[in-house]
Design a protein around this ligand. Structure first.
Ligand code: HEC
Ligand code: HEC
Length: 188
């Protein structure tokens, strides 16, 4: 019943010539329709400035991996100057632009499945600076022996998601896309 209704609505709206102007700037009608369905994985980052500024030392983590409050803390000017022992400072204009983009797709605003699981696993006021400190992420990696992570020259730490997750840059973290370097496909 419901599905028929949606199809009819679609046909009617296309017929009426309703275009993307009716929806948020970067959302098409189909994106909007899709947002009614639960989405798998994490929303990929298509922000060029972000991918440029935040990929020198690690791959550019998707906004949907952390809640808004975490991104706000990470983007304090002083925090960027001492970013896990490195200097990742940005000019104010870039800083605000990137923070705004991250907040828009942060885990607490996302419809994507993994973002929802991330939020569900955090306490109400919990805003870790690290993705790897999120209970859901910790739990998912609990069984991996340390010698395959810290003891593995090609991985070094769990922070380097794309060392093992072959499609991390697309926001896909499904366990059948994991290859731990030197260990092969993930099967226990
Ligand atoms: C100069 C190098 C450098 C740049 C540039 C940089 N980072 Fe980092 N970042 C690091 C290091 C080092 C770590 C810690 C990795 C580790 O513990 O092995 C880190 C960790 C992180 C983490 C936590 C990952 C985790 O769960 O352990 C986030 C989130 C993060 N960076 C976001 C950003 C963002 C957003 C930018 C762009 C503004 C950025 N980084 C730019 C060096 C950098
Ligand atoms: C050392 C390799 C390695 C690194 C680095 C790593 N992961 Fe994983 N990850 C795995 C493996 C292996 C699994 C599957 C665990 C299982 O199913 O028992 C997994 C599972 C996951 C899952 C759940 C997938 C599912 O299908 O349930 C998510 C989400 C995830 N990782 C996200 C991340 C993120 C985000 C990072 C970086 C902050 C990261 N991982 C870093 C190896 C890694």
């Amino acid at each position: 019943m419901m599905k028929k209704w949606i199809v009819l609505l679609m046909v009617a709206m296309i017929g009426l010539g309703i275009n993307s102007a009716a929806f948020a700037e970067d959302e098409s009608f189909f994106d909007w329709l899709f947002s009614l369905e639960p989405r798998n994985e994490i929303k990929p980052m298509h922000n060029e400035l972000y991918n440029e500024e935040c990929s020198d030392c690690h791959f550019p983590y998707q906004a949907g991996l952390l809640p808004e409050a975490s991104w706000r803390k990470l983007f304090e000017p002083a925090a960027l100057e001492d970013h896990f022992g490195d200097n990742a400072e940005l000019d104010d204009e870039t800083r605000i632009e990137l923070l705004t983009a991250l907040i828009a797709d942060s885990a607490d605003k996302s419809h994507y499945k993994r973002s929802k699981k991330i939020i569900a696993s955090l306490g109400e006021n919990e805003a870790p600076l690290r993705i790897i400190d999120i209970p859901y992420i910790k739990r998912k990696h609990h069984d991996i022996p340390e010698d395959l992570i810290a003891g593995n020259e090609k991985v070094k730490s769990l922070s380097y998601c794309d060392a093992c997750h072959q499609k991390a840059d697309e926001g896909i973290y499904d366990d059948d896309t994991v290859v731990i370097p030197g260990h092969g496909n993930w099967t226990w």
